[in-house]
Design a protein around this ligand. Sequence first.
Ligand code: FES
Length: 500
Amino acid sequence: MDTTSLWQGTAARTACLPTLQTDIVIDVAIVGGGITGLTTAMRLLEGGMRVAIVEAGRVGGGSSGHSTGNLYATLDGGLHALARMRGGDTARAVVAGRNAAIDLIEATVARHGLACGFRRVPWHLIAADASHVGIIEAEHAAAVDAGLPASLVDGAGIGLNPAVELEQALRIHGQAQFQPLDYLRQLLLRIAGADCLVFENTRVLAVDDAAGVVRTEQGSVTARHIVLATHTPVGIHLVQSQLEVVREYAIAAPLHDSVPEPGVYWSLGRDRYSLRSFTEHGRPCLVVVGSAHPAGAEAVGEERFRHLDEYARDRFPIGPVEYRWSAQRYRSKDGLPFIGRNVDAARAWIATGFSGDGLVYGTLAGMLVADGILERANPWHALYDPARLAAGKRPDGFERERTEPAEPDSPPPLDAPRQAALADLPPCRSRKLEVDGHPVAVYRREDGVLLAVAGKCTHMGCDLNWNDAETSWDCPCHGSRFGPDGRVLEGPALVPLGRA
Ligand code: FES
């Protein structure tokens, strides 16, 4: 299935940047060209540093280009939930930092003239049934306490098709939306140059924190600081033991009338959905996000997209779905992201645990990491400092930080009898086997060719599960995902699955 996102499908095209093919020395190496990496680069450039961005695919092609494009000061997990867990001062500080990040995006758009559709819009949280009204009221109280311009509204005032169930809603004014990939691609054009080298299609193979070297297939970057801006840091890091990984799905379909007024709409009911409209060349469409599940869960299939399609079609006059995509969230168990110098690291900085709030937290992370490297004070440094990880005992497997390739499991090749036993596996279907004690993951391509790879994740060895919605082998432990041919798609794994 084509899982090109709406943002990838509608962003202005830009030329591909070169792959790193030599060894370079620079002030800061940034691994990952999403909103965290580019914001960090922009701030470091302003501070007089020279940087190199190394991106495994195209800039913005990872989580940033698979997001919702929504920018808000509150939180996916609930501001009142954070206030209950960490106190009102923490909730207020989180909101202040996230407001500053949205302001930075707005200022960057204005300063560089980025045509990315940035606009201020209201954000809404909707109780779809009476059982969720209490959450709306608690979120209202927490938002007001944090200084947000929040009010309770009824259905008539909300600008959403009346077919969407609504008992009560919370509105926060002055939040924002944009086209995230247009933002990143245009920002890249403004900052790339002699002091900001950018390499696309350059996968990192290892990071040597002590020596300050980032190794890739055909070259290396030696730097005084290394920023792991890859949504979750690549390699094995203590922080991964403190993250839960969730996958969520999105669809976009043309909408001929009943177009929601510009804004963010989160609906809480039996299931949870995020709705927004997006207009391209005068043609409106509806974006629906939901169907979340723990990443790497067994038997994930196309029903995730079907479910969103049915939800949308029952409530809006949409045309055929034109875009389907999904994204991963890394949710911190203690409610706050980890942003700053990595625990026990000499040179490595991390930024992860953004939950579903990554466009704003990624921007805030760029501000925080750049300030840390430039040795400037930042009012939110202590709040997100990964140093809090050091307080606990290291769990098994996380005895030390390491960003080096593990030895992948190498299952034996599938011999003729085993291939014959797979004759009943239809095209576009997968199966898990055990061959001489090795788990093997098999997928038959549409053209009949069998692809057999190791069934154990190369990160820390968890068993993989098939994701039929996205044609990938997904890991339930820390979010690594692999293509049917074994290549790394995302997550902390550094090396592909061994071919059987
Ligand atoms: Fe950690 Fe797979 S992502 S074991």
